[in-house]
Design a protein around this ligand. Sequence first.
Ligand code: 13P
Length: 253
Amino acid sequence: MRKIIIAGNWKMNKTFQETEEFLLELTDFLNEVELNNIEVTICPPALYLEMATDIAFESKFSIGSQNISVHEFGAFTGEISASMLKSMDVEYCIIGHSERRKYFNETNEMINTKLKILRRNKVIPIVCIGETLEEREMGVTKKIITHQLEEVFNDIEIDGNIVIAYEPIWAIGTGKTATPQQAQEIHKFIRKWLTDNYSERIAENLPVLYGGSAKPQNINDLLKQPDIDGGLIGGASLDIEKFSEMIDIAARN
Ligand code: 13P
């Protein structure tokens, strides 16, 4: 049975003090719930990773980074490497997020390089893919998803420690969630691609998360879909009440 991952992508939000306060409250909350098959992960801004991994060490959640450099080490001012993450016990790293593609010109080829670097350093990648509104309306969503998968997974062996997040760009931060049926259709399609290009075993074991305006009001219906294995949550993960509620719903799903 695949585990369910409830991951918060905080993007560029929260101060150090707010982060600490949130993570301590999350620790208390998780001590009270039966998590069953659920993994909770927080991806705070990189500056707070050290403090966050310290708190997580004593708690029932893990920590992820929002990005890494396309280079392994060296003269790249301002960059953070995969080995740095590994040395601080950071478990996950988001790559290919649409905001990085859009605002920082990241290409599938760069994401493929990052994926290889993360694999070498044993940090679990959360690989984001998704179509724009225009692509959806043109009816080319599956074509776009296939293209992203082919380029991002080019020359990649999968041994289980990879997570994919389907994040339709038109649903990110817009309040417009994909319907559970729309999301399920693409999740199923991604799993079929994994079966065709890797194996049934890999497809069956790899968690595929949904991201895009996920919130307490819609997470239950999304998680009920057979191919949705959790959420990559932006806005609603910044609020401890909403995020805890989503964990609670997932634990009872
Ligand atoms: P929202 O949940 O704010 O739409 O963001 C989703 C996202 O981009 C997670 O990576």
